[in-house]
Design a protein around this ligand. Sequence first.
Ligand code: SAM
Length: 391
Amino acid sequence: VNPINPNIKSLIFVSAYGELSIIEVRSILKENISKIEKICDSTYEIQLSNPSPKELKQISSCHKIGCIIYRNQDKIFSDKLVEELEYSKKKNFSISLYCSGDPERKYRMLTEGLLDFCRHNHIRKLRLIRPSRGHEMRAEDIASREIFDLMFVERGPETIVGFVTHVHDFRDFHYRIAKRPQHDQTIEMSARLARTLVNIASLQRGETLLDPFCGSGTILGEAILLGINCIGIDLNPRKVSESKRYLDWIASQYSRTKVGSYKLIVGDARSLKKILPDKKVDAIVTEPILLPPYTRTPSYNEAQESLQRSRSIYSDAIKAMTWVLKDKGRLVIVTPEIRVKGGHTLTLELDQEIKKSGLTPILSETGKEYFRLDSQSTRWVNRNVYIMKKI
Ligand SMILES: C[S@@+](CC[C@H](N)C(=O)[O-])C[C@H]1O[C@@H](n2cnc3c(N)ncnc32)[C@H](O)[C@@H]1O
C-alpha cells in the first residue's frame, strides 16, 4: 500500500486470527524477528532485525501491517506526523484506533484533535475519510480507495503512532472464492485460512504436503500456488474429482506462477501406510471435522455422541499421519468446537492422541495445545487448530 521505510524496524501488526496469526508470522519471518509483543486485542508490535517487505507480503492472516512513526506519552500528535502526512502522495487519509475501553469517545476526540492539528500545521490538501462503522478503517477500503491510514495504538499510558504499509491480498483470495469452478459451502474452508495453515506448515518450494481429508481441495490449492507439491486423499470419489477440477483451474488461472505438482487419491486417511507405502511427506495440513450437518442447535448429548465418533477417526488418522510424516515435519490439523443448547461449547481435544503419537505441540500463550479461531465453519461449529511437530 505504502512504501516501507527501510530504517523502520518496528511494526504494528493487526491480526485476523489472533495468536494463530503470530504463529504464521513466526513461520514466515523466522530469525528476522527480534521481538513480538501483544499491545491490545488483536494488535501486536513486531521488531525485526532486518525488515524485508517481500516476506511481509506473504503473511495472509494480517488485517494490516504498519510502520511505527513514533511513540508518545504526553503529546499524541508530533511534528513527525506532519512530515509523514506531507510526504504521503495520497489525498485521502483515515484514522484507525486500537485501544481498550470506550473507543467511540476516544475516536471522536482523536479525529477532532487531528483535524485541528492539520489546520494548525496548514495541511490542507488532505481529506479525512471516516470508516463506515466502528473506529477502524477496513483493509479493503484502504487498498481500493487509496487511503493513507494512520494507526493509533494505545499501550497503557503510551500511544504508538504509525501508518499502514501492507494489507492482506484480499483481491486474490476473493477471486479464488468467487470464481472457483464449484463450491461446497457445507465443508469448504476459506482460501485465506487455508493459506495461513499452509504457511504455518513451513515448507519450501518443491517439498511435499499431504492433505488426507482434502474435500474440495482448498488447502491443496493454496499450497500448489507456493510451488509446494501436493498429495490429496479423500474417501469420497466425488470430492477427489472436485479437488482435481479446482487444482486444474488454479493451474490454468495462475499460468505465470510455477505451481507445484498434485496427485489425488481416493482412499481412507486411516490407511496411509497402504496408500503411500514408500512415501514420507514434509508436512500435513488437514481439516477432517467429520460431524453431521446440523440444521438446529444440537443438544449436549447429540454433540457429545458426534464428537465421540469423530474422535475415533481423528485418533486412527493421527497414528497413520505420524507414520507418513518426515522427522521435523509439522502436522497442522483443524478440530471442531460445537456450540450446544444452553450456550455451552464442546471441544474435540486431542491431548491423548498427541501423547500417544509422540508429536510435540506448539502451545498457545495460555499453555493450551490448540489455537481457537473465531471464524465459524457453520453456525454451530467453530474451528480450533493444533500445530504439532515430529521431533
Ligand atoms: C471437512 S471436509 C474437508 C474440507 C476441505 N478442507 C475443503 O476446504 O474443501 C472433510 C473431508 O474428509 C472426507 N473424509 C471423511 N472421512 C474420511 C476418511 N476416513 N478418509 C479420508 N477422507 C475422509 C470427507 O469426504 C470430506 O470431503
